[in-house]
Unconditional design. Structure first.
Length: 527
């Protein structure tokens, strides 16, 4: 363990000669991370014994603080799931044209995904290319306009028009599967232009055998019917366009330039067989409540969320196969435990109730948070806000805070007030194109109309901090090295915990509940 703790300031008690050392709250926070990220918990994959052990630890801590159970089964909310493992090497695919067949190797050329819902055992369907595959009529853009997708496999390409915000494009991508399934499409093949590749294809192949999870209840899924989700090797993508008379290189060049990419019918069909195993599995969210002090407002809930699941055991790297998930996201769960402790000890009590929602299945597609947000254990209308922790990254000093989503709702003004009081300015997200606002659990709440913030250490592009963050993402993120043997600034995490606790108190004690800004795109989900 190479974590180092900056010395906490000494507290001088007024009217007392004694000088008391504040208990090392950073060390307390880190002790939770160390437990949750220990090898014995095997990376906390949703539904695994290691996850259950982690959940038991969190429940013990919250119970010891006097928080009440608020799940469906004590502190737990069971999340019924299906684990689907695509047997890529037992699957097959071919492009079928008028003059013959072009076999595609699986998982060499094509990879089938096991997420979202059951994959069809066999499929033989025509294909239609739909450009960027973005349905955004509100932005004056619809790649599906004029295309018939019924009974077809829809092929889409990465990227999008430059004049549409990244948040909107990401939102359209996250809603795309459900939208297409509703219109009778039977599958989706996602292409990435060679220039836009983020994860090398061979790494995609390496993890293609990993089990995926989807909701056991088909009401919760994108599609009630089996739906094919696949990705094609960027180096082989031109094969799909054979016989259309269109030049694939020109299409990718247009996509790389964010220029218009019109859709058209492809002349070949895709014929495929997908071999997969399926087994039921129950995930568990952990839910605990700190009841509010105000007889009226206590029926409203400020949610504080963080995901407990990690990547479990996976492909070994340098002889280590346990993906401990220390900063992603044992750190966030540890923060919630410490914030619960601080709120409990505080003299001012929250008027609204604080609901601690520690979820499963984030790494498998925000499953635990979506389940809770759709089927909360308290009345849905009474969820007034979500404050989320995911990978806050205490790897450089906290001099500013980036509460993602602060420009979308009144929660931004609450954060601004805390920022002024604590002298921790708000800095905007230096990389808005990553669209993190819809990539962690807060999005499940946003999707149900609940205003949310997602807390990150502030830094600016082109600074040493940006380099530290980039290096962490390149070498540690989602690897076995995100463990308790990395340097972490534990005292800095205390500052962020205090900041978020103060925001929670501000929201909990405000006379009115938070509202979306009038110009927020996400306001549409509010009921
Ligand atoms: Zn993650």
């Amino acid at each position: 363990m190479r974590a180092f703790s900056l010395l906490l300031p000494l507290i001088v008690l007024a009217g007392d000669a004694a000088v008391a050392q504040a208990p090392d709250r950073g060390a307390a926070w880190w002790s939770h991370v160390r437990y949750l990220a220990d090898d014995s918990l095997q990376g906390r994959a949703t539904g695994s014994p290691g996850y259950d052990k982690a959940a038991a630890y969190v429940i013990d801590r919250l119970r010891a603080l006097g928080l009440k159970p608020a799940g469906a089964d004590g502190y737990r909310q069971p999340v019924p799931l299906i684990e689907q493992t695509v047997l890529q090497e037992k699957s097959s695919a071919a492009l079928v044209g008028a003059t013959g067949e072009t076999p595609l190797s699986v998982p060499g050329d094509l990879i089938f995904s096991g997420g979202g819902g059951p994959a069809p055992e066999a499929i033989d369907a025509p294909m239609v290319f739909a450009g960027y595959g973005l349905h955004l009529p509100e932005a004056g853009h619809d790649d599906f306009a004029g295309l018939d997708v019924r009974g077809k496999i829809v092929v889409v390409l990465s990227g999008g028009p430059a004049n549409i915000s990244g948040a909107l494009k990401s939102h359209a991508r996250s809603e795309r599967g459900a939208w297409l399934a509703e219109r009778g499409a039977v599958g989706l093949i996602t292409l990435v232009t060679p220039k836009q590749v983020e994860i090398p294809w061979n790494r995609r192949i390496a993890v293609s055998g990993a089990p995926a999870l989807y909701f056991a209840d088909d009401d919760m899924r994108e599609s009630k019917l089996p739906f094919l989700n696949a990705s094609l090797d960027p180096a082989k993508s031109a094969l799909l366009f054979a016989g259309t008379g269109k030049d694939f290189d020109r299409i990718t060049a247009a996509a790389d330039a964010s220029a218009p990419v019109p859709g058209f019918d492809l002349v070949q069909r895709l014929r495929a067989r997908v071999a997969a195993t399926r087994a039921p599995l129950t995930g568990a969210n952990v839910i605990a409540v700190m009841p509010g002090s105000d007889p009226k407002l206590r029926s409203e809930y400020v949610v504080m969320s963080a995901h407990l699941d990690g990547y479990g055991v996976g492909a070994p790297q340098k002889g280590d196969a346990i993906y401990n998930g220390a900063l992603d996201n044992a750190s966030g769960v540890a923060s919630l435990i410490e914030i619960a402790k601080a709120l409990k000890a505080g003299r001012v009590k929250p008027k609204r109730s604080i609901l601690f929602v520690i979820v499963c299945g984030e790494e498998k597609g925000l499953l635990g948070s979506r389940y809770f947000a759709r089927r909360p254990t308290v009345p849905k209308h009474d969820l007034v806000a979500d404050l989320n922790f995911d990978m806050a990254l205490p790897i450089f000093p906290l001099v500013a805070v980036t509460p993602i989503g602060y420009d979308q709702s009144s929660l931004g003004r609450d954060a601004e007030a805390v920022s002024q009081a604590m002298k921790l300015p708000i800095w905007p997200d230096p990389f808005p194109d990553r669209n993190v606002f819809i990539r962690s659990d807060q999005y499940a709440f946003i999707r149900e109309g609940v205003p949310a913030l997602f807390f990150k250490y502030g830094f600016k592009a082109g600074t040493p901090e940006a380099e530290v963050e980039k290096a962490w993402r390149a070498s540690i993120y989602h690897s076995p090295f995100d463990d308790a043997n990395q340097p972490v600034l534990t005292a800095e995490s205390v500052k962020l915990n205090d900041y978020v606790a103060a925001v929670a108190m501000k929201v909990a004690n405000a006379p009115t509940r938070p509202t979306w800004n009038d110009d927020s795109f996400f306001k549409r989900f509010a009921r």
